[in-house]
Write a protein that binds this ligand. Structure first.
Ligand SMILES: NC(=O)c1ccc[n+]([C@@H]2O[C@H](COP(=O)([O-])OP(=O)(O)OC[C@H]3O[C@@H](n4cnc5c(N)ncnc54)[C@H](OP(=O)(O)O)[C@@H]3O)[C@@H](O)[C@H]2O)c1
Length: 318
């Protein structure tokens, strides 16, 4: 296997090589939460996709539940018409009423039909099944679609450290490498460092895909107590006027480091801090080409070790 380029990574022990930063497609087609069609539409997301791909961001993360399948339809069309190869990641959801692991293959086939692709590059369990012990059955189902060539690599999401270890072992017994674990991770959400997930990923050689790397826009500096978001985030405790006031110090620090690194934006510094964490690939949601270009501007440079260390140690006190 050839070594990845500077801004490329191999996902875990899989053969899948992709960009070290991915674009998240949750808001592409999601009308209920993200206001697709009302705030941004097909032209915006197509432009966001093209801007990402042209800037070297070729990993696109979607899921069968995003926009009730609309995100997969959009991503599939864009991937098929992309100016260069992209890597599509999607997810299987253990929805209530589904027949557990037996539902995985039909759900994947439905995803492939929406994507109109012969296979997905990365197929992930959106969340674990905590109601019954299905790790073995799920590993069987994932191994089956992997060996059938329907998916290029397999991953999990929202697993605890012990669930991650269990999934890794169950897949390894079937000869399948667990490529990724996708969890929320950002400067404002450091749980993976405390709950053992980051440690387990590194120990097992599993890539951590960091979702919400901008804390849903909080780390861009676009929101403050005077101008909170006017959508579903307004009810999120992280976006109350008090919480927004508390993040001013961090956004100020991101601005300071951005200026010291050649005029980077707070979003670019926040993403770059994640890029500086070994084994971590951030997945940033971008609704427009402007946001996608800004996101991609996190690539091609790195924060100094001193800046990384100061951000590591940020404790909310300034
Ligand atoms: N596995 C899971 O359970 C799970 C859960 C959540 C997300 N994800 C994945 O992770 C991806 C990213 O997570 P996320 O979308 O929740 O959070 P995020 O990447 O932290 O935030 C994305 C939001 O930040 C704002 N933004 C992005 N770039 C910006 C820029 N340059 N300037 C100003 N604002 C900017 C946009 O919202 P506004 O413009 O509206 O502010 C955008 O929708 C998702 O698309 C999805 O693929 C997975």
């Amino acid at each position: 296997m050839a070594a990845p380029d500077a801004e490329e990574v191999r996902l875990g022990g899989s053969a899948l090589v992709t960009s070290s930063l991915g674009v998240g497609a949750w808001s592409w087609g999601d009308e209920t939460l993200w206001g697709y069609r009302a705030r941004h539409g097909p032209k915006d997301v197509a432009e966001a996709f093209l801007a990402s791909v042209k800037a070297g961001v070729t990993l696109v993360d979607t899921a069968e539940v995003y926009g009730h399948g609309e995100s997969e339809r959009i991503v599939g069309w864009l991937a098929r018409h992309a100016p260069r190869p992209v890597q599509v990641a999607s997810k299987f959801a253990l929805l209530p009423g589904r027949a557990g692991a037996r539902a995985l293959r039909p759900a994947l086939q439905a995803s492939l039909a929406r994507l109109r692709l012969p296979r997905v590059d990365l197929y992930q369990l959106h969340w674990p099944d905590r109601s019954m012990a299905t790790a073995g059955a799920l590993a069987d189902a994932l191994a089956e679609v992997y060996k059938a060539g329907l998916v290029g690599a397999v991953g999990v999401s929202n697993h605890t450290a012990s669930e991650l270890r269990e999934a890794h072992e169950a897949l390894a017994r079937r000869g399948v490498p667990l490529a990724t674990q996708q969890v929320q991770y950002s400067l404002l959400h450091r749980e993976p460092e405390r709950d053992g997930v980051l440690h387990a990923c590194r120990e097992l050689g599993v890539t951590l895909l960091a979702y919400g790397p901008l804390c849903q826009g909080l780390l861009t500096g676009a929101y403050g107590p005077e101008h909170p978001p006017a959508d579903f985030r307004a009810k999120d405790p992280r976006f109350t006027p008090e919480a927004l006031a508390q993040t001013r110090g961090l956004v100020g620090l991101l601005r300071e480091f951005g200026e010291a690194h050649g005029g980077r934006s707070p979003a670019q510094v926040a993403l770059n801090w994640l890029l500086c964490q070994p084994g971590v690939v951030p997945l940033a949601g971008a609704r427009t080409a402007v946001q996608a270009r800004e996101t991609a501007g996190a690539l091609g440079w790195r924060l100094t070790p001193e800046a990384v260390e100061r951000l590591d140690r940020w404790d909310g006190s300034r």
